[in-house]
Structure formats: C-alpha cells, structure tokens
Design a protein around this ligand. Structure first.
Ligand SMILES: *Cc1c(COP(=O)(O)O)cnc(C)c1O
Length: 431
C-alpha cells in the first residue's frame, strides 16, 4: 500500500500534487511519502512484535535510502539501523538513531570504521571473516572496550533472486562459510575484548520466495544449538532483510510481512533469543517515486523513444539489474502507446523500459517512475556531469526539500586544475 494516487486527474503524494512540486523544484526529483514509509515500518514491526524473547530489533538498512529525513522519520518510530560503512554510521547517528539500536555489517570494514562504531557504542558488529575478527580484536584492545558481535554466516542457500542482489550463495563474498562459522565464533570468544553474542545472515534482496529464508533460519538455529552445547551463549539471531516489494501492479505481490513473520515464528519456535531484522527495500521502496519531464518523443527505425530528463545516473536499477519500474503519467490521458523510455545519458544502457505499453505522453508531459524509494537516489551518480537531483519529502499537506540539487559549480568545486596547467604569466602556447 502507498500514498501515491491520482486526485483530480493529477498524481499526488499524500495531499500534494506532484505537478506542484515539479513546478517548485524542477525535474527530475525524487519524492518520498512519509505516511507510506511510516505505515510500512509499523506494519513490519507489528508483524514481528512478540517473536523471540524480548523486543525484536527492526534495524532499517540505511543503504536502501540514507536521506537524513528518511532515517529520522524511521528513527522517531523506534527503528534501529543496519549500516555498512562509516559514512552510514555517521548518518544513522546524525538522524537520531540511538547507538544501542545500530548494527554494523559489511565485508570490508576498515579499522577506522570499527573504531568509530566502538566509540559510538553501537549494539553489535556483524563480522564477516576471520581476518575481521583479528582486526576488531586489535581495535577493541587498543581502546580497552568490550565489543559485542555476531558472526555473519554464509548459509549457502540460493535465494532465487537476481544474481547481483544474491548474497547467501556458497561462493558469495558475504559471511563466513557455514562449516567454519562455529569455529569463527569460538575464535572470537577467545579474544580478550570480543564478546560474540549471536549469529546473523542476509541472503539477498527482493526475495519473493520465503523457502530459502526459512532454510537459512533453520541453519542458524542448528548452529546456535551446537554453540550452546559447547557452552557459548547465543542470545541474538539476526535474520537480515531482503523481503521483496511489488514493482509491477500487474503481477502478484511478494509475501506480506505477516506471512513472513508467521514463517519466522515457526522457524524460531522455542529459541531463547532476541531476534533482529534488517529490512530496507520493504520499508521505503514504494514510499518513493522519481518524477521526470519528457524532453521529446523521437521516432526511431522501428521504435518510439520517449526521452526523459531523468537518466540512468539518477535511477540505476533498470540499467544495473534490468529492473522494472512502473511508469505513470502525472496527468494520465485515455490513450495508450508502446514506447521505449530512455534518458539523455550517452549510454545504450540508459533505458528505463523497452517497448513498454504505457499511457500516451508528449514533450513537456511529466511521468513518474514508481517504487523508486529504495536503491534510487542513493545509487545516483553525476555521470555525464549531471547534477544529483533533489529529494523532496511529503507529509500530509506539507512538503520539504530534504536534499538539494547540486549545481554544476558545486560539482566542479572538488576538482582543481593541476599547477602545470595554470596559465603562466608571459608564456606562449606550445603545440
Ligand atoms: C542490503 C542489506 C539489507 C537490506 O536488504 P533489503 O533487501 O533492502 O531488505 C539488510 N542487511 C544487510 C546486511 C544488507 O547488506
């Protein structure tokens, strides 16, 4: 469910017309609905409430949408944060996520990032290699601070999603292979300042089949039991994120949070553990759209191209993952066309939709790419020297720009002309 709908012939975000926003901030821009992300968070939290012993932690995966207003909206509702870099840790803290609700994941954490997490007093590190255990032990010892961690296990299950967002296969770079995870836990337990307290896994994103997640949870449970048998306390299990969202209105929706929660309840029955969840896409995916203006419509040899002012640098998912985004005219007419929707970037991969049957649009019309709230603005680049686009948040009848467009001068400000290229006084040009 989301709060983007046609009212009086125009697509609105909650009570605000996207045409009004387009006129105010220019296109392209991202628009987020606070009510939608709030609802998704509350539905997910209500579904998992009561699972495990104690209050489950719902740690929003910051990488899905790190905008400070997005994270602050969720933080006020009680969300924690799953961070994968020092930059995300800093954002989570700046947005008001309490340190004791922050989990730090990632295969390549560096000593300075580990140190920042320890100094902030985060809940736990999800450690992904034996080498990281050694690194964390050293950083913790230098500060004489006990550090809690979970071993991120690679459960060797195939989640059945796009290869680029599968993270739990046997040869994936993520986690410690299942067979060595118990030994890694004991290795950590032997370090003076490390306190291994749990197990974690995250097998992939945009999951639409709960079977692989259930297998993964089963494997974590078996390992937890083994470790407990050997006298190690395992008090937290982090089952990751990954629940899919509906990208296509014409296809069946992925399992709802209550169905997912019922599976988790079944798979974890009798475990005496605090459960942790790391949803990202599920919370913000359908809470955002990318609004764009049609620059022109161009007839190719056999295709009709709708050339939008948004490009692959603004929304990378179609180009990177062949991902589908529904495309909706801001002022739908009663007429349909088949068109290939592209951006202005000089790459053939800058294609949002190929031969898509869609509402008819003409130059100057505005369109919205739906379900763009997750892995949208956060993956944007300035390729082709295109400025990062603004992000706007709507809350009822109110709206605010929550990230500004970076203008060309700001982009160039980071470059410097090397001293030998500066014009020399009195020099003549040489060829
Ligand atoms: C990306 C990621 C998530 C969130 O995945 P979603 O599919 O957005 O729910 C959770 N945990 C970890 C460790 C991740 O890397």
């Amino acid at each position: 469910m989301d709060h983007f709908e046609i009212r009086d012939g125009v697509l609105h975000a909650e009570q605000v017309s996207l045409e009004t926003l387009a006129a105010a901030v220019g296109t392209p821009f991202y628009c987020y609905s606070a009510a939608t992300m709030t609802r998704h968070f509350e539905v997910f939290r209500a579904a998992v409430a009561g699972l495990g012993n104690g209050d489950p932690l719902v740690a929003f995966a910051i990488k899905a949408n790190p905008n400070l207003s997005v994270v602050a909206t969720l933080a006020r509702l009680g969300a924690g944060a799953d961070v994968v870099s020092g930059g995300e840790l800093s954002r989570a803290l700046a947005a008001g996520v309490p340190a004791e609700r922050i989990v730090f994941s990632g295969v390549g954490k560096q000593p300075h990032e580990l140190a920042a997490g320890i100094e902030a007093g985060i809940l736990q590190f999800n450690v992904e290699s034996e080498a990281e255990i050694a690194m964390l032990a050293e950083v913790a010892a230098a500060r004489q601070r006990p550090v809690e961690l979970a071993i991120r296990v690679n459960p060797a299950v195939n989640p059945g999603t796009h290869a680029k967002i599968s993270t739990g296969g046997k040869d994936s770079k993520f986690g410690i292979p299942f067979e060595r995870a118990g030994a890694a836990f004991m290795l950590a337990a032997g370090q003076e300042w490390l306190r291994p307290v749990g197990l974690a896994a995250h097998i992939g994103s945009q999951l639409t089949d709960l079977g692989p997640i259930e297998d993964c949870i089963g494997r974590l449970g078996g390992l937890a039991q083994e470790l407990r048998g050997a006298g190690h306390p395992v008090t937290r299990i982090d089952v990751g994120g990954g629940l899919g969202v509906p990208y296509r209105r014409d296809q069946p929706a992925p399992p709802e949070p209550h169905v997912y929660a019922a599976m988790v309840a079944r798979a974890t029955r009798g475990w005496d553990c605090r459960l942790m969840f790391e949803p990202g896409r599920m919370i913000v995916g359908n809470a955002g759209v990318l609004v764009s203006t049609v620059i022109l419509v161009k007839q190719g040899a056999s295709k009709t191209f709708v050339v939008a002012d948004a490009g692959m640098n603004d929304l990378l998912r179609p180009s990177l993952y062949n991902a589908w985004h529904d495309i909706q005219a801001l002022r739908p007419r009663d007429e349909r066309i088949t068109a290939t929707v592209v951006g202005p970037v000089c790459e053939t991969g800058d294609t949002f939709a190929d031969d898509r049957e869609m509402e008819a649009v003409a130059a100057g019309d505005r369109i919205a790419f739906l379900t763009a709230g997750a892995y949208g603005a956060t993956m944007a680049s300035t390729y082709n020297s295109r400025p990062l686009v603004p992000e706007v948040m709507v809350n009822g009848a109110s709206w605010a720009v929550v990230s500004a467009r970076n203008e060309p001068a700001a982009m160039q400000a980071l470059d410097t002309v090397a001293p030998w290229l500066e014009p020399q006084p009195g020099a003549t040009a040489t060829v």
